[in-house]
Design a protein around this ligand. Sequence first.
Ligand code: CNA
Length: 381
Amino acid sequence: MSKAKSSRDRRATQTSVTRVTRSSIIGPQDSQRSKASDSGLVNDLSLMRVSEQKASLTRKGKSPKVSNAHQSSPTSTGPLVTIGRLMKLGRVRNIVVVAGAGISTASGIPDFRTPDTGLYANLVKYDIPYPEAIFNIDYFSDNPHPFFSLAKELYPGCHRPNYVHYFIRMLHQKGLLLRMYTQNIDGLEKVCGIPDDKLVEAHGSFATAACHLCYTPYPAEEAKQTIMNGNVPICTFCAGAVKPSVVFFGEDLPEKYFQHAEDFPKADLLMIMGTSLKIEPFASLINTVKSTVPRLLLNRDPVGPFERRPLKRGDYMELGDLTDSVQKLAEILGWHTEIQDLMFSQENGFMSSYTDPSSSGENSDSSEADSKSSESSEPSH
Ligand code: CNA
C-alpha cells in the first residue's frame, strides 16, 4: 500500500459526511435548539414545577445561587425528584447521556479545567507552551512526548469505573439508554459494561492506533507497550509518529459521532454530566434535542446554556459533586442498591482476576464487560 493511497483511502471514507473537526471554540449556546413540539412531557413537567427556591449549594460552600422555577431544595421537590418522577412514571424511554471528564474524576483521573487539580493547572510536568498544545496535532508532530506522558496516565487499564459509570450502565440495563455520547478517552464506559452500540466516543479512544501522518494502522497493544516504556511508536511505512486514535484539535471526529443526527431528535430526556461544554462541535449537541425535551445538568458549576438566569423552561440542574447527585437520583429511582451490587460484583470480579498484569489490559476489560452487559441488557423496568 503506498503512502498516497493510504491517505487517500482515509479521505474517501470521510467524503460521505460533512467534515467536522474538533475545536475548543465555544459554540452557539442555545440558538439552534429544535423547536419541534410534540411531547406530553411539557404537561407533566408543568404539573411538577415548583416555586422559586434556592439552588443546591456547591460542595465547596459557595454562596447559594438563585435558582429558577425548576430548581428547589433537595427534599420532596427539586430537579432530581422531578426527573426521577418522570422516569418512574414511564414518561422517559430514550435517554441520551452527554458526558465529559467530570464523570471520571472520582476514578482518580483529573479533568481539564477544575482549578488546582485539573490538567490545565498542572501542565508544568508536561513541558508544553500552552494547555491545548497537548492535543494539538502540529505540536504532536514536532514533539509527541507531552501527549505520551499524559497518555500513560489515561491508558485504559490504569483506572476503574466509578458509581457514575455504573449508573449509566444501569440506565442501559433498564432499557432507558438510547445512547451515551462521551468526550472521554479513558475507556471507562466500556470497562463498566456499556456496550459498544450504546456508546459514541466522540473524541476517539486508545482502542486503535495509526500513524498521524499517513494513517497506516498500527497494532494498538504494541503502541501501548512502546508508549508505556517511554518510547515513541514509529510507523513502519513512513516513519511518522504513531498516535492512539484520540481526536486532536483540528482532526476529524469519528464517523459514529454523526449518529447524533438520528439520536438527539429521538431523545425524551437529556442528561449532561461532568463537562464544561467548551469543546465544539460536541458542546452544541445539547441544543439539538426538541425544545420540549427536559435537559438535566449534573455538574459542579453551571455551564453553557445553564449559565443563563432564569434557566430555560425544561432545563434542570443539580450542582455539586457528581457522585453525590447521581446517588441521590439513584435513591429516588430505587436503584441505589442494585447499582452498588452491580459495581461490587464487577469490580470484585476484576480484583479476583487481577493476578496476571498482562490480563488487565483494555481488551480483557472490554470483553469482560461486553460479555456481562450482553447477559444483562434486557429492559427490566
Ligand atoms: P473539563 O473542561 O475539564 O470540564 C469538566 C467539568 O466537570 C467541569 O465543569 C468541572 O467542574 C466538572 N467536574 C469535575 N469533577 C466533578 C465532580 N466530581 N463532580 C461534579 N462536577 C465535576 O472537561 P470536558 O470533558 O468538558 O472537556 C472535554 C475534553 C476533556 C475532552 O476532549 C476530553 O478528551 C478531555 N479529557 C478527558 C479525560 C478523560 O478521558 N477522563 C480527562 C481529562 C480531559
